[in-house]
Design a protein around this ligand. Structure first.
Ligand code: AP5
Ligand code: MG
Length: 218
C-alpha cells in the first residue's frame, strides 16, 4: 500500500503512521523526521533546514523533493510506504507523481486526518518527544509511565522547538496557505478520503484502518 497521510500540524500523522507500520510492515517516510535527523547530525542540509523549521516555515521544495525521491526508491519501500508530512505543496505533489510514474507505480490513497483547531493546539502544546529515539508522548493524552522520561530508552523528554505557541500559529497559517490546496488536488484524482479523527484513540484507529481497507487500489 502506498499511503499519504495529510493533515495539519498536530493532527496525528506521526502517531497513526506508527500504527500502520506495525500493521502493514511498510516504512513510515516522514520528511519532518528526516530533516530533524539532519539537523541533529549537523549536516549542511540540516543547517539550512533548521533556519526554516525553527520559524515553522516550509523548507524549500527542491530540498525535500530530492530527499523523498531517493528515499522511496530504497529497497524497504518496494512493498509500499506511508508518507507523513510529504507532499506539502502542489509542486511537491506534482513531483511525487512524476517520480512514481517513472517507477511504474501509483498511490493507493490519501487519508485526510480531520481534527478541530482547538484539539490541534492542545495536542501540539502537550506533545513531548524523546531527543534520543524520537518517540512521541503527550502530557494530556499519551503520558509516559514515568513523568518526563522516555518509556523506550529512558532519556529525558523535551518539547519540539517548533511547538512553542508563536511558531504553532505560523505553522497552521502556512498549512492553510500551502498545504490545504492538496485536498482539492487529490480529491480531483479520486484519491482523497476524509477521516474524522476526534474521539477515543481505538475508535479513531478503527476508522482509519477501515478507510484503508476499503481502498480500491492496493
Ligand atoms: P513535521 O515534523 O512534518 O510536522 P507537522 O506536519 O507540523 O506535524 P507534526 O509532526 O507536528 O504533527 P503530527 O501530525 O505528526 O502529530 P503527532 O502524531 O505528533 O514538519 C516539521 C517541519 O519540517 C515543518 O514545519 C517544515 O519546516 C519542515 N518540513 C517537513 N516536511 C516538509 C515538506 N514536505 N516540505 C517542506 N518543509 C517540510 O501528534 C501530535 C500530538 O498529539 C502528540 O503528542 C500525540 O501523542 C498526540 N496525539 C495524536 N493523536 C492522538 C489521539 N488520537 N489521541 C490522543 N492524543 C493524540
Ligand atoms: Mg509528525
Amino acid at each position: 500500500m502506498r499511503i499519504i497521510l495529510l493533515g495539519e500540524p498536530g493532527a496525528g500523522k506521526g502517531t497513526y503512521s506508527a500504527e500502520m507500520v506495525k500493521k502493514y510492515g511498510i516504512p513510515q517516510i516522514s520528511t519532518g523526521d528526516m530533516l530533524r535527523a539532519a539537523v541533529k547530525a549537523g549536516t549542511t542540509l540540516g543547517r539550512q533546514a533548521q533556519e526554516f523549521m525553527k520559524k515553522g516555515e516550509l523548507v524549500p521544495d527542491s530540498v525535500v523533493i530530492g530527499l523523498i525521491r531517493e528515499r522511496i526508491q530504497q529497497s524497504d519501500a518496494t512493498q509500499g510506504f506511508i508518507l507523513d508530512g510529504f507532499p506539502r505543496t502542489v509542486p511537491q505533489a506534482e513531483s511525487l507523481e512524476k517520480t512514481l510514474e517513472g517507477m511504474g507505480i501509483t498511490l493507493s490513497t490519501v487519508l485526510k486526518i480531520e481534527v478541530s483547531k482547538a484539539l490541534l493546539l492542545k495536542r501540539l502544546t502537550g506533545r513531548r518527544v524523546c531527543p534520543n529515539c524520537g518517540a512521541t508522548y503527550n502530557i494530556d493524552t499519551m503520558r509516559p509511565q514515568k513523568e518526563g522520561i522516555c518509556d523506550k530508552c529512558g532519556k529525558e523528554l523535551v518539547q519540539r522547538p517548533d511547538d512553542r505557541p508563536e511558531t504553532i500559529e505560523n505553522r497552521l497559517t502556512i498549512y492553510q496557505k500551502d498545504t490545504a490546496p492538496l485536498i482539492e488536488f487529490y480529491e480531483k484524482k479520486g484519491l482523497l478520503k476524509r477521516v474524522d479523527c476526534e474521539g477515543e484513540y481505538e475508535e479513531v484507529l478503527e476508522r482509519l484502518f477501515s478507510a484503508l481497507e476499503k481502498t480500491a487500489r492496493v
